[in-house]
Design a protein around this ligand. Structure first.
Ligand SMILES: [Zn+2]
Ligand SMILES: [Zn+2]
Length: 342
């Protein structure tokens, strides 16, 4: 599918680019495989609303400091910080910015609470439930040792969060500057993701809910092994096709602003349905462990870095097939899950 990217080159880190009246594009580097995140500044009358923040690194803090002092902000302060969801690239500096400007954090309740929970896990030992979960998925002892060692990374990329927040709920309307922005929800990539839509500007700040060139991670995690986030994700994609106009300019958290939301949502739906079909076909050849299904879902080899993501995504497809009564799961006496067709 061909999409239009009408906003041209992204702004260099530490600079802003106005893409609509009172809407500034900011781009921050990320220390991950994913190299950049887009953040937005919305004219809020007396100052600016920051939408998403970047990870808690000295580099991001330095870029923000430059931006706060830049002429583009006209000497006006940050009035509030809104986070679309709780992933570290989105909330990492929320506490730092709200502290600096003595302003409030706006977020959905579930994203705020889960964020606080994950930060609290930092420094803890890996839980046995987590080890058993990945063992059941087919990980060997070396991979489980790496899981134990890496457990609790989340909080290292997130600066202390504010101890209170203003709840944002799908369906409500936010007055930002002189404009109304509708809050639309999404589930599956994270528990209660929010997006902002301005009918007046025909802009849709999508967070990670719609990305033009990468598909958002939809994963099952050890805290809820039976979760079915893929069904939630597919439902959200179908609903968003009804809620936003086809010609809306999407401002995604990764890649570039684009026009073509409906087509992109359809691609995401079709892509997952195809993956579900491939997994089901693989199951027809006999019972499979989670790790046996990577070949049906990912084109290249799954490196140890990506093992957690691949496992979570594969389980998301398997749990969706179980919910559709196309597959079932049993536990062997060794504690390994085997999946098979019904
Ligand atoms: Zn995310
Ligand atoms: Zn993201």
């Amino acid at each position: 599918m061909k999409f239009e990217y009408p906003c041209g080159d992204p702004p260099p880190a530490g600079e802003t680019k106005e893409i609509a009246p009172g809407v500034l594009w900011v781009r921050m580097p990320l220390p991950f495989a994913l190299k950049w995140i887009n953040l937005w500044l919305l004219d809020d009358g007396d100052g600016w609303m920051v939408v998403d923040t970047g990870v808690a690194t000295d580099e991001s803090r330095a870029h923000w400091t430059t931006i706060f002092a830049s002429p583009a902000l006209q000497g006006r302060p940050v009035t509030r910080v809104l986070c679309t969801h709780m992933h570290p690239d989105h909330v990492g500096l929320a506490g730092w910015i709200t502290d600096r400007f003595h302003c409030a954090l706006w977020m959905s309740r579930l994203e705020y609470v889960v964020c606080r929970m994950l930060v609290a896990d930092t420094g803890r030992e890996a839980p046995e439930d987590g080890v058993n979960f990945y063992r059941a998925a087919g990980w060997d002892e070396a991979a489980l040792a790496t899981y134990r060692k890496r457990f609790g990374q989340y909080g290292r990329m997130v600066q202390a969060m504010p101890d209170s927040f203003r709840r944002v709920t799908a369906g409500e309307s936010l007055r930002i500057g002189g404009r109304d922005w509708r809050v639309l929800g999404g589930h599956g990539h994270s528990p209660e993701h929010i997006c902002l839509w301005s009918p007046e500007l025909n802009l849709f700040i999508s967070g990670d809910q719609i990305l033009p060139r990468i598909s958002s991670n939809v994963s099952v995690f050890p805290t809820e092994p039976d979760a079915d986030p893929l069904s939630d994700w597919l439902e959200s994609c179908v609903r968003l096709q009804r809620e936003i106009p086809p010609d809306v300019l999407v401002l995604p958290a990764h890649n570039e602003p684009f026009v073509g939301a409906h087509g992109r949502l359809q691609e995401l739906i079709d892509g997952h349905e195809l993956c579900l079909k491939r997994v089901e076909q693989r199951l027809q050849s006999g019972p499979q462990r989670v790790v046996d299904l990577f070949g049906a879902l990912f084109p290249g080899a799954v490196t140890s870095e990506l093992l957690g993501f691949a496992t979570g995504e594969s389980l998301a497809h398997l749990n969706c097939l179980i919910a559709r009564r196309r597959a079932r799961r049993r536990l062997t006496t060794d504690g390994i899950w085997l999946f098979e067709t019904v």
